[in-house]
Design a protein around this ligand. Structure first.
Ligand SMILES: NC(=O)c1ccc[n+]([C@@H]2O[C@H](COP(=O)([O-])OP(=O)(O)OC[C@H]3O[C@@H](n4cnc5c(N)ncnc54)[C@H](O)[C@@H]3O)[C@@H](O)[C@H]2O)c1
Length: 255
């Protein structure tokens, strides 16, 4: 199988895109260690995969803690004897323009979306280098490339992830480590749906309406983003390095 015996760390593994990623990598032969905030959510998801015949490991914790980020990589190294692939997928989306963004929203966005990626990459790269190579796929956003309206902390953090990706891709290509990012537009996950629910809008109707604004005719499903991430992590993408890949159904950022 595509990821046979490869050791994969996935953050945000109990979320929308994260669940699709964990299931995809586990079903393609990988040894998966996933991370998310809630022990209970991780255990429930891991159990549901077990019923499908898929074994996964998890370590719950808060990515805003440097010690937790480092422990996650250490856990993969101890359990699987290394880390071949790191998927930095976890993220949060504080909503608001600069006047609506308090210090906590700003620093939370940077801590989870950017600084955790820095800690995890810094912890994983020496192990990948010692093993002769590896792959890292970060999740940025098209809103990190072209700013979406009224999400200044989120867009800034995602722009920084795109920049970090290009820097690491350049610096660690000689080590055989490919670092790339995926930049989705809207994806049908709790992150997108929670924005509608908060405004008292039915999320199913809203997702259907939003789909009409996408030239491809629908909002992306989590599996469609997971497939691109898996491709970037795979041997088939062996010459792709330091790239930010936009996955948008041809929908531009506007508003
Ligand atoms: N859904 C979209 O429309 C969309 C668009 C572009 C980019 N993205 C990005 O895709 C990635 C996945 O998002 P999603 O849509 O699946 O959202 P989601 O909310 O379903 O999943 C994100 C996961 O990250 C976890 N997480 C958040 N903060 C954490 C912390 N401090 N410690 C540990 N785990 C934490 C959450 O618990 C959650 O399970 C994110 O980086 C997001 O920014 C999403």
């Amino acid at each position: 199988m595509r990821f046979d015996d490869q050791s994969v760390v996935i953050t945000g593994g109990a979320g929308g895109i994260g669940q699709a990623l964990v299931e995809l990598f586990a079903s393609e032969g990988a040894n998966v260690l996933f991370s998310d905030r809630s022990e209970e959510d991780c255990a429930d998801f891991s159990e549901s995969l077990k019923r499908k015949g898929l074994d996964t490991h998890f370590l719950a914790g808060d990515l805003r803690q440097k010690t937790y980020c480092e422990a996650l990589i250490a856990e993969a190294v101890t359990t699987f004897d290394g880390v071949d692939i790191l998927i930095n997928n976890a993220g949060i989306i504080p909503r608001g323009n600069i006047l609506e963004t308090n210090d906590d929203m700003w620093f939370s966005a940077l801590d989870v979306n950017l600084t955790a990626v820095f800690y995890l990459c810094r912890a994983a790269i020496p192990h990948m280098r010692a093993a002769g190579g590896g792959a890292i796929v970060n999740t940025s956003s098209v809103w990190g490339i072209y700013p979406g309206p009224g999400h200044v902390a989120y867009c800034t953090s995602k722009a920084a992830v795109a920049a970090l990706t290009r820097n690491l891709g350049r610096d660690h290509a000689p080590d055989g480590i490919r670092v790339n990012a995926v930049c989705p537009n809207e994806v049908n996950t709790p992150m997108l749906r929670s924005g509608f629910i908060r405004r008292g809008i039915d999320p199913d109707n809203a997702i259907e309406e939003l789909g009409k604004t996408v030239p491809l005719g629908r909002v992306a499903e989590p599996e469609e983003i997971a497939d691109v991430i898996a491709f970037l992590a795979s041997y088939e993408a062996r010459y792709i390095c330091g790239e930010t890949v936009e996955v948008t159904g041809a929908k531009p950022v506007y508003g």
